[in-house]
Design a protein around this ligand. Structure first.
Ligand code: G3I
Length: 331
């Protein structure tokens, strides 16, 4: 039966998912699920600065290229995730920033765009710069990047990318815009001026909304719809970059939980896909077997593993798969 990519393509959308080299190498079912369901992939981890340039000046793309070569071999598009993110800086970066300033970031942006020129045509140049409830000017996150450079690191990274390769689609990626709560309201408010200023300088082409959803959060469709319309009105395309549904607030019974996850996903994704500026949807993984939401830091109730992705731990399609299939193929 057709995969999600086929349904997405029928309405001009690209469907894809996040991939780790280890899963590709060790799990043939994972490889075949990607080929069945996806037209694009993104590196879940192995294209991040902290992974590829552990030692200053010595890039190691060996793991990265297991994913990149697989994608190229199978004609899958690749999203570049991500050039500049405070959570994925090399250990040597803070010292280098202090000594040499913003050129360290500009050099990294050029290095990765150069290496994948012609193979990665869309980059998350900067990821998660906005927090707003850190009470900083224009809602910036109080990260090491902001502490070192102020808000200018975002423009510098985008300018370095644009000047290096004007053909690459430059995307700003962030999370937490969906819900009717204080944090998401604050983030939506702070994101608009940042996107608008980048657009006015001709430095950005798209907005990446990660869409890490949480079933049970208060959702007011109008707030999300109006925000996406505002972004689209700037001439930006929109891509759903890391879709999954956190199910920690739900009844642990699998049947009940799967149904609630699927319903929540459909409710939100229908609103997002109503915006014609949306070009694609990527989930943050395909199978519950590998979801980041099972990481210990989430302290889930004992034995209640996450059921946040379209396929279960044995690659069986779930109600969430049906929900995605129906959203993606809706007229
Ligand atoms: O692969 C190494 C392994 O060799 C090593 O032994 C182990 C212990 O250090 O680390 C392993 O790498 C881990 C990697 O995931 C692969 O499992 C890293 O420590 C760990 O930090 C990394 O976490 C990733 C995280 O981003 C930080 O890069 C998650 O997989 C990934 O799901 C998560 O994705 C982020 C997006 O990039 C941005 N949006 C939020 C999203 C979820 O946090």
């Amino acid at each position: 039966e057709d995969g999600l990519q086929t349904r997405a393509a029928s309405r001009g959308l690209t469907f894809g998912t996040a991939v780790h080299s280890r899963q590709l190498q060790e799990d043939p079912s994972f490889r075949s699920a990607i080929l069945q369901e996806c037209a694009s992939v993104v590196h879940e981890y192995e294209l991040k600065w902290g992974h590829i340039e552990r030692e200053r000046g010595r890039y190691d793309f060996s793991k990265t290229d297991i994913v990149t070569n697989f994608a190229i071999e199978h004609g899958l598009k690749i999203r570049g995730h991500t050039a500049v993110w405070h959570e994925a800086l090399p250990a040597w970066a803070p010292e280098a920033f202090r000594r040499e300033g913003i050129s360290v970031i500009e050099r990294h942006v050029r290095s990765v765009l150069k290496r994948y020129s012609g193979r990665i045509e869309e980059w998350d140049v900067v990821n998660e710069a906005i927090q707003n409830y850190d009470n900083l000017p224009n809602g910036f996150r109080n990260s090491l990047l902001f502490q070192e450079f102020g808000a200018t690191f975002v423009v510098a990274a985008f300018r370095a990318a644009r000047e290096f390769d004007p053909n690459v689609k430059l995307v700003y990626n962030d999370f937490g815009i969906e819900y009717d709560n204080f944090r998401d309201r604050a983030r939506r408010k702070a994101l608009l001026p940042l996107l608008r200023s980048l657009r006015e300088e001709g430095l950005i082409d798209g907005f990446g909304t990660q869409s890490h959803l949480t079933a049970g959060n208060p959702f007011n469709p109008k707030l999300l719809r109006d925000f996406l319309s505002e972004v689209a009105s700037m001439g930006l395309s929109i891509v759903v970059t890391e879709f999954d549904v956190n199910d920690t607030k739900l009844d642990p019974d699998i049947g009940t939980r799967d149904k609630a996850v699927a319903e929540h996903a459909k409710r939100v994704l229908d609103v997002i896909l109503d915006e014609k500026a949306v070009t694609g949807v990527l989930t943050w993984g395909l199978t519950d077997r590998y979801t980041w939401l099972n990481e210990p830091r989430f302290a889930r109730p004992a034995g209640v593993r996450a059921r946040s992705l379209p396929l279960d731990e044995n690659y069986k399609r779930k109600p969430l798969w049906e929900a995605l299939a129906s959203c993606l193929s809706a007229a």
